[in-house]
Design a protein around this ligand. Structure first.
Ligand code: PLP
Length: 439
């Protein structure tokens, strides 16, 4: 079959490079894709950190098909349908204590922008009108909305869009390969980097002007940056001390990636809001959500007159019936199949396999937690990102394994249903590519 590739402007893709030799998927089931040329490809990335229960889960598929046949759409403004309320209740029941009010949107980017707007409006409704500053982190990824790129810390995502990004600042990220290389689990060194939030940023800006700190508990997209022991606890303490909201962007870490429902559960830290998406529906239908503390929701409810809209925000597809059906079914599957606990139980084998690559050519660091790992490579001289891309291409064409790379870091985050044999296949494939690399 010949596919006309001219018209589709691909997202976050080197379009010309891709179209010169397209990597096309045709179907997917469980742990595997089938490529357009018929080859089975082991999914080492859960699609894009999102198909946590594996591809095409029949219970989620059935729920979506049933919903499509019953009601395609209902307006979400001033109207409701049971599916949205059920999905919200189910999500609240999966969330950490106290986070039980759910605002639906369609993506991680929208969840982030929704949470940032909620934070700003919350302080204003309380009369704390000076609090307009938002703090993110270097190398943070919070999607591609203007709010998300403002608090995000990826230069390439920001540089063309500058003027709309005033009023934010960024913490230093805690990756420290010199001190923590080849750590298993949480790194030992670097908790003190969290102190800079208070000692540098808050000292500079005045804590009374800061509305919220948004961070990914584990930074995913910029190469799996795992927080050092005690670091996140310090950030929670500083936020509490100064009345700053703490937002966890759990678009990647949500729904079992660390072996618990959320990273908040893994670290025993309760943020004020959680942004989630991706695994929320097992990626079958796009959906995002902000899960807020009840007290935040109450502030909105108490501030507005009874007949007034309390939060001027929403999307045509907030609580879309198909997305809600997928979310409820996905949450049922996660719980009934114990997938979060399964991820925790596979994590030691995953860690052992990841660190078996230690000492291979070009391996500079390996870091892992739960079912996520980053393998950082020495770049090719003068050609940043080329080495990891080469491994990515060879994994796909020669090893029949899908991995993900960012710069010269390989990120692996398979579906939570992966077994030991498949873990072996995944890391063996990467290992072979590294061993046979010639430049
Ligand atoms: C932490 C984080 N936040 C936000 C997003 C954006 O999500 P989306 O691509 O669904 O807009 C991502 C996407 O990878 C993410 O990893």
């Amino acid at each position: 079959m010949t596919i006309n590739t001219a018209h589709y402007w691909m997202p976050f893709t080197a379009n010309r490079q891709f179209k010169a030799r397209p990597r096309m998927m045709k179907s997917a089931s469980g742990m595997y894709y089938t490529a357009e040329d018929g080859r089975q490809i082991l999914d080492g990335t859960a699609g894009l950190w999102c198909v946590n229960a594996g591809h095409g889960h029949p219970k989620i598929t059935d729920a979506v098909v049933r919903q499509a046949q019953t009601m395609d759409f209902a307006p979400p403004f001033q109207m409701g349908h049971a599916g949205a309320f059920d999905a919200a209740s189910r999500l609240a029941a999966t969330s950490p204590d106290g986070l039980n009010r759910v605002f639906f949107c369609n993506s991680g980017s929208e969840a982030v922008d929704t949470a940032l707007k909620m934070a700003l409006a919350y302080h204003r409704l309380r009369g704390d009108t000076l609090r307009t500053r938002l703090i993110g982190r270097e190398r943070g990824y919070h999607g591609v909305g203007f709010g998300g790129i403002a608090v995000g810390g990826i230069a390439g995502n920001r540089k063309h869009f500058g003027p709309s990004m005033a009023g934010v600042d960024h913490l230093r990220h805690p990756l420290d390969v010199t001190r923590n290389a080849l750590s298993r689990g949480l790194p030992e060194h670097g908790a003190e980097i969290a102190d800079e939030f208070e000692q540098r940023l808050l000292a500079l800006h005045d804590p009374a002007t800061v509305a919220a700190l948004i961070i990914e508990p584990v930074q995913g997209s910029t190469g799996v940056i795992i927080p050092p022991k005690g670091y996140l606890q310090k950030l929670r303490t500083i936020c509490d001390k100064y009345g700053i909201l703490l937002i966890f962007d759990e678009v990647i870490t949500g729904f079992g990636r660390l072996g618990t429902a959320f990273a908040a559960d893994y670290f025993g830290i309760i943020p004020d809001m959680i942004c989630c998406a991706k695994g929320l529906t097992n990626a079958m239908v796009p959906m995002g959500a902000v899960i807020a503390k009840q007290s935040i929701h109450e502030t909105f409810m108490d501030a507005a007159p009874e007949n007034a809209i309390e939060f001027y925000h929403g999307y045509t597809y907030s609580g879309h019936p198909l997305a809600c059906a997928a979310a409820t079914a996905a949450l049922d599957v996660y719980h009934s199949e114990n997938l979060f606990a399964r991820a925790a139980s596979m994590a030691p084998a995953f860690e052992t396999a990841a660190h078996s690559l230690r000492g291979l050519p070009y391996v500079k660091d390996i870091r892992n937690l739960g079912l996520v790992c980053g393998i950082e490579l020495e770049p090719m001289p003068g050609k940043p990102a080329a080495r990891a891309y080469d491994v990515f291409e060879r994994c796909f064409w020669e090893e029949q394994v899908l991995i993900r790379t960012t710069g010269d870091i390989i990120a692996l985050s398979p579906p939570l249903i992966i077994n030991e044999e498949q873990i072996g296949q995944l890391f063996d494939a990467v290992g072979r590519c590294l061993r046979t690399m010639t430049t």
